[in-house]
Design a protein around this ligand. Structure first.
Ligand SMILES: [Zn+2]
Length: 479
């Protein structure tokens, strides 16, 4: 078969683990269900990440690596982490582009976030990727593929080229397979979208073929489509090796086509350079790959999780109200110094990544002349913004019960943001947050978010600060 008539296959792996460390100590808990490994990250590394890295497969796929997982691997599975980073470097040297995609840092459901938070999540995600891999990304993975036009505007504004969506999230002529397609934005600009084949991707997630028939299966699929097109299989990276033991062998088979196969392996960035988008499609707003109820899974509760999910809306309201209060205090403090608060917060990623220290950061922003106390106040409010961003990690809302570890994690981050604000300014937002949380009820225990908050406060180690008791909390490794 002449190579010009061959089609293209891209496999994209979303490699991600939710934050599981103790939010106060920063330490990883022993997770007995992950035995014989101490925790899930260690077990999934052994089953999935390490074998994929050892087989050199990261150089042949497109992928994104969530910050919570990347930082854990860097600390606890350095060899595997190093191989993943090096695979991007090798790919770059070969093709002059990266095969990795950025991810917005805290896995926030972006359509539900304020505009400035969308921009912050995306910008922090880009800088985090650059810091880790040494190159600027071309595309970004939207958590849960949750999308609306304002998210795409923020993506385009940040200088990125493309995102990945699922075929049920767009409307239009999809005869060009995975695309790329272009989506017109309100500013008359365009952003590129690649469209994953939901049916094919789910086939691998829920019905993984045996390694010896995997290539036949994919050849048959590709041959049934117009030649020269792109097919995109996008799914959780953990599908290969963790959810399905033989998945790494399947991945090896799929990513090693020979001359007699109907396809070549490519990556999204590479394909985009050779095939600029021509067809325009429309995006269906408030859609996601893991909920078909208008983002209800993370906003109001929906049929995706068992039992009454009203607590999700109540928890979100509590976090939104708290955010508004924290933001007002922060913005007033920064504006009183004639600075733009949200641009300053975007830039603060340099401190979070350890590129510079806090006082140097302030000096670069013309605040070096402030007294030490005034500097500490601004830095404390910036730190509060980090925890306030982390409150909205999608996992907090994903599951069925407020009593689970994930919502407690969101509340713990809120408590830490409150403590930092109180330490910096003396403003105490505790009682209003507690009142809002009292509306959120666990469907199983009927306990309220306020009771859970009290329990967390009782368990947390208190330290004395000039403004009274504060929480001892290490900054989590998630960037
Ligand atoms: Zn749903």
């Amino acid at each position: 078969m002449a190579s010009s008539s061959r089609s293209f296959l891209c496999i994209h792996g979303h490699f991600y683990q939710p934050p599981r460390e103790d939010p106060f100590s920063g330490e990883y808990r022993i997770e007995p269900e992950a035995a014989p490994f101490p925790n899930w990250n260690a077990r999934i590394t052994a089953e999935c990440y390490a074998p994929i890295a050892n087989a050199g497969i990261f150089e042949r796929i497109s992928f994104n690596l969530g910050g919570t997982l990347a930082r854990w691997m860097d600390r606890h599975a350095g060899e595997t982490y190093g191989k993943i980073v090096e695979s991007v470097g090798r790919y770059y040297r070969r093709f002059n582009l990266v095969n990795g995609l950025a991810q917005s840092v805290h896995h926030t459901i972006l359509p539900l976030a304020r505009g400035r938070d969308k921009r912050c999540q995306i910008r922090w995600g880009i800088r985090s990727f650059e810091s880790r891999f040494g190159h600027r990304p071309d595309g970004i993975w939207l958590p849960e593929m949750a999308v609306d036009y304002s998210v795409l505007e923020a993506v385009a504004e940040s200088g990125l080229w493309f995102v990945v969506l699922s075929d049920e999230q767009v409307r239009g002529d999809l005869s060009a397979g995975a695309g790329p397609y272009k989506v017109r934005l309100s500013t008359d600009r365009f952003v590129t979208v690649f469209i994953r084949d939901r049916h094919l991707s789910n086939s691998f997630s829920f019905n993984m073929p045996a390694p010896k028939v995997a290539r036949t299966w994919i050849n048959d699929t590709v041959r049934s489509r117009p030649s020269g097109g792109l097919t995109l299989l996008a799914t959780d990276g953990e599908t290969f090796g963790h959810h399905h033991r033989h998945g790494v062998d399947v991945l090896q088979e799929l990513t090693s086509p020979g001359i007699h196969d109907a396809y070549e392996i490519t990556t999204l960035g590479h394909h985009l350079r050779q095939h600029p988008p021509a067809i325009e499609v429309e995006v269906l707003e408030n859609t996601a790959w893991s909920c078909m109820h208008n983002l209800g899974r993370w906003a109001t509760g929906c049929a995706c999780t068992a039992g009454c999910g009203y607590w999700k809306g109540a928890l979100r309201r509590a976090l939104d109200n708290l955010s508004r209060d924290i933001d007002e205090i922060y913005a007033n403090a920064v504006r009183s110094r004639d600075l733009a608060p949200w641009a300053l917060r975007d830039d603060y990623i340099e401190v979070l990544l350890g590129k510079i220290d806090g006082p140097t950061f302030l000096a670069q922003h013309h605040l070096g002349h402030l007294s030490s106390i005034a500097q500490q106040r601004i830095l404390g409010l910036l730190e509060a913004q980090v925890y306030r961003q982390r409150m909205f990690t999608s996992c907090a809302f994903f599951f069925e019960d407020l009593e689970r570890i994930e919502p407690r994690y969101a509340i713990s981050n809120a408590i830490q943001a409150i403590a930092l604000v109180r330490y910096a300014t003396g403003d105490d937002l505790t009682s209003s947050f507690r009142r809002d949380l009292s509306v959120a009820l666990s469907p199983t225990t009927r306990r309220s978010g306020a009771q859970i908050m009290s329990e967390i406060l009782d368990q947390a180690e208190m330290v004395e600060s000039p403004l009274g008791g504060s929480m001892r909390m290490t900054r989590p490794d998630d960037l």
